[in-house]
Design a protein around this ligand. Structure first.
Ligand code: X2X
Length: 345
């Protein structure tokens, strides 16, 4: 009888020690704060998506995972094309990043920058929500970063300070700021423009001083960044490229979390991604595109292309498409073309 009690007490003590030890171990592996990199802050759909993700994670983990936002890619001094390497290396713990900025490190991500590959939102969804999206996630994973969910920056429309662009010849000699990804240099060179690579941080002063004439970005960015105030008075809706965003985590950080917390972070990314896509499309996905009316009301000329006019741009950039199809991988691009052809409109 007495012996049995002692055994129970010893057993209990062991259990308590084990519990305390486990608690200490997890407290050690979790950081008090995790750093999330973003090009744009919560005034833009992109940054809003990051904020929603961080808030959902904080709530659903009862504060175990606490994420701070670093917009302006400030963890890498604004050098957005270095972001993917910085996530892999652990300078950045989490990110919501554009496929354009990561394409110098992961060549397959150039897929979405192929000129005139995706004619509409349904085409974009057919890729990101289908097998092509899964394949891209496998590639990102293999490149050393944990992908979790898709978001969207959006269809990139061209703006400039000089004239209403209706045909490729109108771009002749125009100095256009592009992101530091070689495919964009090829596309704008093929159109007869004078492309110049610079970060988003440098683009805005360059537009303001007239060092460059134009740029291309989604209309949600055009509005939030007030590009009409930096002489961007002409917009052409050509929808030549759309960049998705990918919600990711550094692999060591990912491995340091419990399985339950990983599931929470992933589900939160999926939920935030869905909300972010809806925000990014607001005013543009509706038939009458109310966002364009708002922009036009600020004295901006918005040019819509007829199917024939658009076709001239498609034709002019076709050699670039063919060249990059091979560089990206003809198999992957072929699957994307098939998925788009079979999309539900
Ligand atoms: O630099 C850009 O144009 C931006 C903000 O759209 C990206 O980061 C891809």
């Amino acid at each position: 009888m007495k012996f049995k009690t002692v055994k129970t007490v010893v057993g209990l003590a062991l259990a308590v020690t084990a519990l305390a030890f486990n608690g200490a171990a997890s407290a050690q592996t979790y950081k008090p704060e995790y750093k999330m990199s973003l090009v744009l802050g919560p005034a833009f759909p992109w940054g809003k998506g990051g904020e929603i993700w961080a808030n959902l994670v904080r709530e659903r983990t009862q504060g175990r995972i606490n994420i701070k936002l670093y917009p302006g890619v400030s963890l890498i001094q604004g050098d957005q094309t270095r972001e993917f390497s910085a996530i892999r290396q652990g300078v950045i713990d989490l990110a919501v990043g554009s496929t354009i900025n990561w394409s110098p490190q992961v060549k397959e991500l150039n897929l979405f920058s192929l000129p005139f590959l995706m004619p509409d939102y349904a085409a974009m969804d057919a890729l990101t929500q289908g097998d092509v999206g899964k394949e891209i996630f496998r590639i990102v994973d293999k490149a050393g970063v944990q992908p979790l969910a898709w978001g969207e920056n959006g269809y990139r429309e061209i703006s400039n300070s000089k004239l209403a662009i209706k045909k490729p010849e109108d771009l002749k000699g125009l100095k256009i700021r592009v992101v530091g990804s070689p495919l964009f240099l090829d596309t704008f060179t093929a159109l007869g423009a004078n492309p110049t690579q610079m970060s988003w941080a440098d683009a805005q002063p360059a537009l303001a001083t007239g060092a460059v004439d134009g740029q291309e970005n989604p209309m949600a960015i055009y509005t939030a960044a007030k590009l009409h105030t930096v002489a961007q008075k002409h917009v052409t809706m050509w929808g030549y490229v759309s960049d998705p965003l990918i919600f990711v985590v550094n692999k060591d950080i990912w491995a340091s979390w419990t399985e339950a917390d990983r599931a929470i972070v992933k589900q939160a990314a999926v939920d935030a991604g869905k909300q972010e896509i809806a925000i990014a499309r607001k005013g543009l996905a509706e038939a009458d595109r109310p966002l364009l009316k708002e922009i036009a009301a600020q004295g901006v000329t918005i040019t819509q292309l007829s199917p024939q006019e658009r076709e001239a741009f498609v034709k002019a950039t076709r050699p670039v498409y063919d060249k990059w199809k091979n560089q990206i991988g003809a198999g992957l691009v072929g699957s994307a073309e098939k998925a788009i052809a079979a999309r539900k409109k």
